[in-house]
Each structure stands twice: as structure tokens, then as C-alpha cells.
Design a binder for this molecule. Structure first.
Ligand SMILES: Nc1ncnc2c1ncn2[C@@H]1O[C@H](COP(=O)(O)OP(=O)(O)OP(=O)(O)O)[C@@H](O)[C@H]1O
Ligand SMILES: [Mg+2]
Length: 247
């Protein structure tokens, strides 16, 4: 396993938001998390790299076993160094160019020399067909371009796992496909990823495994074909039916 989470709990103001989450990601796996709004999906991803502090839970990332409630400073650094997150709202540095945004993590996170890091960033932009945007600032880029830069920024770090939190939900519909294409290409390269999304096309066609998450826990999970065609739990059926009505 690349990543294993066991019995993750998290409260906000006395209200239990995560209620004993278990989640695994194997080598080369794309785990897609679907589930209703407010069920705790973002909180789950944020708890995995200490953007939120869990009340309880174990994380195994590669060969490191970490108590999520009581991590050492070194463990927090280690986890942040070996994971990357892609956010709904891109979170690019506004005062840095596309190229600098991609190079930044290599320089400050991994200690790479600036010139080398910028070479890696330029190659990543080339590969995505975004070479002509290298010197553009985020405000000069479309949402789709910004998110593709956000994904490139995560990818060049070669993290053990990339955590995506609704990467396309802020985009105009015609830009969604460009971002999903990048993610699909990344999946094909064997990059382990966890993807929270409402894009059922992606869940059906790219996921190795789909996890249905509701009320702070994993309700059921399975291969996409099984989970969509034969959900075992009433809660899952109800959610999938509500989607069918909306799309
Ligand atoms: N910092 C916070 N302080 C207090 N409550 C919070 C905080 N962050 C999240 N919550 C609450 O935790 C619950 C789960 O929120 P979360 O954002 O994880 O849900 P989600 O499944 O990602 O929803 P969505 O699909 O709308 O993004 C919500 O009730 C939310 O109001
Ligand atoms: Mg969310």
C-alpha cells in the first residue's frame, strides 16, 4: 500500500465530522471519492496532510506509521514532502508566473537549485502544451489553465500520492475536459491519487476504485462498474439516484 488511513476521527466545535474513516490507496491506484455535500470529504483530505489536525487516527504512508493526532514535527514535514494537494480554487501564488508556481515546490520543498527547477517546470509546461503561458501570472490565465498549472505543480514533485479536492468544480463546463485529461494522463503514468469529484465520467472511466462517503465515513467502495450498477447500501442507491435526477 502507498497510503493507509485507519480510524480517522475529527470534530469541529464538538460535532463529529469524520467518524472513523478507513481508506487505502495501492500502487498506481486512482481512488475516487464521491458523496454528498457537507459529508466531510474536504476535511478528510485536509486531515491527511495536517491542514487539519485529526483527533484520532493512524496514517501509514509508504513505510512510515504516523499517529495523526500526535505527529512529530518531522512526521508532518515528511508527509507534506511526500504528498501534494490540488485545490478547487487552484491556490496558485498570484504574484508568481506559471513557471515560478511550478518551480516553487522544487526549490523550497526539495531544495533543488532554481535554474534546474525552472528547467523541470518548463519541460512540464511543454508537455502540457502550455509553454507559451510560462511567463503569465494567474490573473492572466483561464481557470482551466490555472488548474492545469496547479496539477503540474503537484506532479513535478513526484509525490507518493496526490490529493485532489474537486479540481474541476470551479471551472466553466467547457474547461472541465482539459483538466480531466491531464488527470487521466497522470493516472495512466501510474501516479497514485485520491480524487474527490462530482464528475461521474471520471469516476466511471478512470477510477481503480470508487469510495462512497457520507456522514463522515466510508459507506461502501468497489470497482466503478460494480458500485454504480450494484450499490449494496440504501444510502449509496439514494445518492446515485439523486445524481441521475440532476444530470
Ligand atoms: N474549519 C471548520 N470549522 C467548523 N466546521 C467546519 C470547518 N470545516 C468544515 N466544517 C464542517 O464540517 C462539515 C464537513 O465539511 P467538508 O467541507 O469536509 O464537507 P465536504 O464533503 O467537502 O462538502 P462539499 O461537497 O460541499 O465540498 C461541514 O458541516 C462543515 O460545515
Ligand atoms: Mg469539499
Amino acid at each position: 500500500m502507498v497510503l493507509e488511513v485507519h480510524n480517522l476521527h475529527k470534530q469541529f466545535k464538538g460535532k463529529e465530522i469524520l467518524r472513523g474513516v478507513d481508506l487505502t490507496v495501492g500502487a498506481g491506484e486512482v481512488v475516487v471519492i464521491i458523496g454528498p455535500s457537507g459529508s466531510g470529504k474536504t476535511t478528510l483530505l485536509r486531515s491527511l496532510n495536517f491542514l487539519e489536525h485529526a483527533d484520532r487516527g493512524q496514517l501509514q504512508l509508504k513505510d512510515q506509521q504516523i499517529d495523526l493526532a500526535k505527529p512529530t514535527k518531522q512526521q508532518v514535514q515528511w508527509v507534506r514532502r511526500h504528498t501534494a494537494m490540488v485545490f478547487q480554487n487552484y491556490n496558485l501564488f498570484k504574484n508568481k508566473t506559471a513557471l515560478q508556481n511550478i518551480a516553487e515546490g522544487l526549490i523550497y520543498g526539495q531544495g533543488m537549485a532554481r535554474q534546474k527547477a525552472e528547467g523541470v517546470a518548463r519541460a512540464a509546461l511543454d508537455k502540457l502544451g502550455l509553454a507559451d503561458q510560462a511567463d503569465a501570472y494567474p490573473a492572466e490565465l483561464s481557470g482551466g489553465q490555472q488548474q492545469r498549472i496547479g496539477i503540474a505543480r503537484a506532479t513535478v514533485l513526484h509525490p507518493e500520492v496526490i490529493l485532489f479536492d474537486e479540481p474541476t468544480s470551479a471551472l466553466d463546463p467547457e474547461l472541465v475536459g482539459t483538466v480531466l485529461n491531464d488527470m487521466q494522463a497522470l493516472a495512466k503514468q501510474g501516479q497514485p491519487m485520491v480524487v474527490v469529484t462530482h464528475q461521474m465520467w471520471f469516476a466511471r472511466n478512470v477510477a481503480s476504485r470508487v469510495v462512497f462517503f457520507a456522514d463522515g465515513r466510508v459507506v461502501e467502495e468497489g470497482a466503478p462498474a460494480d458500485l454504480f450498477a450494484h450499490p449494496k447500501e440504501e444510502r449509496t442507491r439514494h445518492f446515485l439516484n439523486s445524481l441521475a435526477e440532476n444530470y
